[in-house]
Every structure is written in structure tokens, then in C-alpha cells.
Design a protein around this ligand. Structure first.
Ligand code: CO8
Length: 276
């Protein structure tokens, strides 16, 4: 078995290169379905990544194996829940995915195969999403006599629009990656799982080479601002904008530009951003 820097029963973390962490949900016997324990392990994986501090600037979340990102919340576990237990499960799952939503750096979902129910909700909590052509997306909860419970009614509607989200949630119909790309759920679609993972890595690298505090504050400005009216939102953005001028990265980035570093005129490499 490959060595991972952090591993629990169904979730592991790899640090394949500088600044990038990959969190993999790997529960082959249930196509990576999420039970309470797996949600807990996802939280622990993100705790681990957070403990790495400035060493990580972008996280990729993916599913283990070749068939599934995550095939939903665990139907066997949910089948015996009473309303109190479902209340705990829903709140706990939401707390875990909210942590991903609010994580200090960008999180990319790398999707191959089944991305259903709670799996789509997990992907929706990630800010950017890439998928392979073999991916299948659906919100099948009502076909099981329940409804979405881990942010699906909110994040799907906010991402692909209310009418299409309602159609998917009310019918449970499956759609493919090209359809989801066309409707704004995905940033990119690749031919197969390997090229999709490479695409996710390239996106992560493109993020990780930029100023991490600028990205963190831009993320906050978008996420918080989207919940506000436009006047308060741009006011919030101005406050974030002012904060980046207290960073060393602002000095480094602007000096690189003014000295034309890394260009034909001045081939001296650019000074890297340091996250301070
Ligand atoms: N939960 C539990 N076990 C699952 C799940 C699941 N969601 N999905 C697959 N499995 C298991 C199967 O039971 C099977 O186990 P076993 O071999 O022991 O019988 C194994 O994975 C392989 O699955 P299949 O044999 O069914 O494989 P197929 O290729 O025939 O079918 C499918 C693959 C189409 C993905 C099929 O397994 C399926 O329809 N799965 C269920 C998909 C689904 O409905 N997901 C939504 C669940 S509801 C949900 O996510 C609610 C979210 C909100 C709650 C969150 C609160 C925090």
C-alpha cells in the first residue's frame, strides 16, 4: 500500500508537490459513500492539511478507485435513522462541508465516476470542480424517499440556478459532465480520469504560484460579498483590498513587475511569494 502523510480508515492525504495537498475518499466497498465516520475522517484530513500552515496553498479532493467520486451519503446507515439521528447526521455533515467551503485556501473537486447526492454536495462545497467524461451527476434523494441534506438545496441552486437545481432535485435524473460544464457546475471536463487529475494538478499549480494572502482574501470577499447587497459587498472588498497592502507579497509582486523580472528584458527569476 502506498504511504500517505495522513491516513484513516477511508480517507487519506498526499502532498504530491510543494503547496498542494490531495485528500482522497477511499471506501471501495461502498463506492466511497459517506457515513458519519467518513464525514469525521474528511474533517480530520482537513485538520491535518490546516496544521501544515503555509506549506499548503491549494487542496484537491477526489475519490479513490476508478468508478466513483462519491456515490452519496451511506444509504445503509441512513436506512435506520430516526428524525433525531437524521438531525445529528445532517448538521454534522453540513458542519464538515462548511469547513471545506471556508477553508483558508482554494479547494478543487477532482471528479471521476459517480458524483451523486451527498457526493455532489461535497463537490459543491469545493470552490472549483473538474471532472472526467465518465462522471455522472445526480441528486437522487427523493427517489429514496428523502431529500438533500448536506447543503444541496442551497449550493446547487446557487451554482447552476434555481430552475435547473429544482429539476435535478425533483426528478433525480442523471446528467453528464458536458451538461454540468455547460451549466456552470464544472470548470473543465477531461477525456479520462488520468487527464482529469493532471488538469486538477495544473489548476492547483496555477493557484499555488500566486500570492496566498491575496487569494485567501479574494475568496473571502467573493464568499462573504455574495451574501450581501452590492454596496456592502464592495465596501467589504475595499477592506480586504487594503489588508493585502500590509503584506510582504504585495511588495514582492509589484517589485517583480516594475523590475520586469522573468522577462526578456530582465531574465532574473521572479522572487516567489512567501505568504506574509
Ligand atoms: N450508500 C451505501 N452503499 C452504497 C451507496 C450508497 N450511497 N452507493 C453504492 N453503494 C454500495 C452498494 O450497496 C454496493 O454494495 P454491495 O456490493 O455490498 O452490494 C456497492 O456500493 C457497489 O454498488 P452497486 O453494486 O450498486 O454498483 P452498480 O455499478 O450496480 O451501481 C450506483 C452503482 C448506480 C452508484 C448504485 O450503487 C447506486 O444507485 N447507489 C446509490 C446512489 C444514491 O442514491 N446516492 C444518494 C444517496 S442519498 C444522499 O446522498 C443523501 C445526502 C444527504 C444526506 C447528508 C447528510 C449529512
Amino acid at each position: 500500500m502506498a504511504e500517505h502523510v495522513h491516513q484513516t480508515e477511508s480517507v487519506y492525504v498526499d502532498l504530491p508537490e510543494d503547496y498542494i495537498a490531495v485528500v482522497t475518499v477511499d471506501r471501495p466497498k461502498a463506492l466511497n459513500a459517506l457515513n458519519t465516520q467518513v464525514y469525521r475522517e474528511i474533517k480530520q484530513a482537513f485538520d491535518y492539511v490546516e496544521e501544515q500552515g503555509k506549506k499548503i496553498r491549494c487542496v484537491i479532493v477526489t475519490g479513490g478507485g476508478e468508478r466513483s467520486f462519491v456515490a452519496g451519503a451511506d444509504i445503509a446507515e441512513m436506512s435506520t435513522m430516526n428524525p433525531d439521528e437524521a438531525n445529528f447526521f445532517g448538521h454534522y455533515g453540513n458542519k464538515v462541508v462548511r469547513r471545506i467551503d471556508e477553508f483558508h485556501c482554494p479547494v478543487i473537486a477532482a471528479i471521476n465516476g459517480f458524483c451523486l447526492g451527498g457526493g455532489l454536495e461535497l463537490a459543491l462545497a469545493c470552490e472549483l470542480r473538474v471532472a472526467s467524461k465518465q462522471s455522472v451527476f445526480a441528486k437522487p434523494e427523493v427517489t429514496l424517499g428523502i431529500m438533500p441534506g448536506c447543503g444541496g438545496t442551497q449550493r446547487l441552486a446557487r451554482t447552476i440556478g434555481v430552475p435547473l437545481a429544482k429539476e435535478m432535485i425533483y426528478t433525480g435524473r442523471q446528467v453528464d459532465a458536458d451538461f454540468m460544464l455547460q451549466h456552470g457546475l464544472l470548470n473543465a471536463v477531461y477525456d479520462d480520469q488520468a487527464s482529469m487529475m493532471e488538469g486538477a494538478m495544473q489548476l492547483a499549480r496555477a493557484i499555488a504560484k500566486n500570492a496566498p494572502i491575496g487569494i485567501k482574501l479574494a475568496k473571502e470577499a467573493i464568499n462573504v460579498g455574495m451574501q450581501m447587497d452590492i454596496d456592502n459587498a464592495v465596501h467589504f472588498e475595499s477592506n480586504c483590498f487594503a489588508q493585502v497592502f500590509a503584506t510582504e507579497d504585495q511588495t514582492i509582486g509589484m517589485r517583480n513587475f516594475l523590475e520586469k523580472r522573468g522577462s526578456k528584458r530582465n531574465p532574473t527569476p521572479k522572487d516567489p511569494f512567501i505568504g506574509k
